[in-house]
Design a protein around this ligand. Structure first.
Ligand SMILES: Cc1cc2nc3c(=O)[nH]c(=O)nc-3n(C[C@H](O)[C@H](O)[C@H](O)COP(=O)(O)O)c2cc1C
Length: 148
């Protein structure tokens, strides 16, 4: 069985980390795209991100990814307001990943990775998904250590 890196990234940091993880682990890689345009202006983006969080909005994912042949998924996201963006909820809505292993990773300005974990745990609650510890992927050192 194979592994795949699936990531959401707006300004490229998580994309860079995802590419590095894919290379280091020999995984395939796919982005999570959504059916909406994200504001390029930070204030508008911040307002939208908070609105999605506060209204429990799960933005619709346009990416079609066949996960049948994968048993391990490295799932990457930027940290937004100390939690994963709401699109990560959409990921678990759209894709049946039961019986697979999820290894979460995030990039952030300064927040720890661990602060995001309870949100992911809540998303997969009552689903038969194995959640590995995961790691922050702000640098090659963090990626190398996280993959150990
Ligand atoms: C709406 C928004 C909220 C953010 N909230 C946090 C935060 O709570 N803590 C933090 O350390 N960084 C925060 N950041 C910074 C991002 O986590 C960081 O720049 C990340 O690497 C961006 O990933 P990307 O380039 O893949 O989109 C936030 C950025 C945005 C746009």
């Amino acid at each position: 069985m194979k592994s795949i890196v699936i990531y959401f990234s707006l300004s490229g940091n998580t994309k860079n980390a995802a590419e590095s993880i894919a290379k280091k682990t020999g995984s395939d890689i796919k982005p999570l795209n959504v059916n909406q345009a994200w504001p390029t202006n930070f204030d508008d983006l911040a307002a939208l991100a908070q609105k999605q969080r506060d209204t429990d909005t799960h933005p619709e994912i346009s990416s079609e990814i066949n996960l049948d042949n994968y048993d391990k998924i490295y799932l990457g996201y930027p940290t937004w307001y100390e939690q994963p963006p709401m699109v990560i909820n959409s990921f678990f809505d759209k894709f049946n990943v039961s019986n697979k292993t999820i290894v979460p990773f995030s990039t952030s300005g300064s927040s720890t990775f661990e602060i995001t974990v309870p949100y992911v745990q809540r998303m997969i609650k009552d689903k038969n998904i194995k959640l590995e510890k995961g790691f922050r992927a702000n640098s090659e050192d963090e990626i190398t250590n996280g993959l150990k």
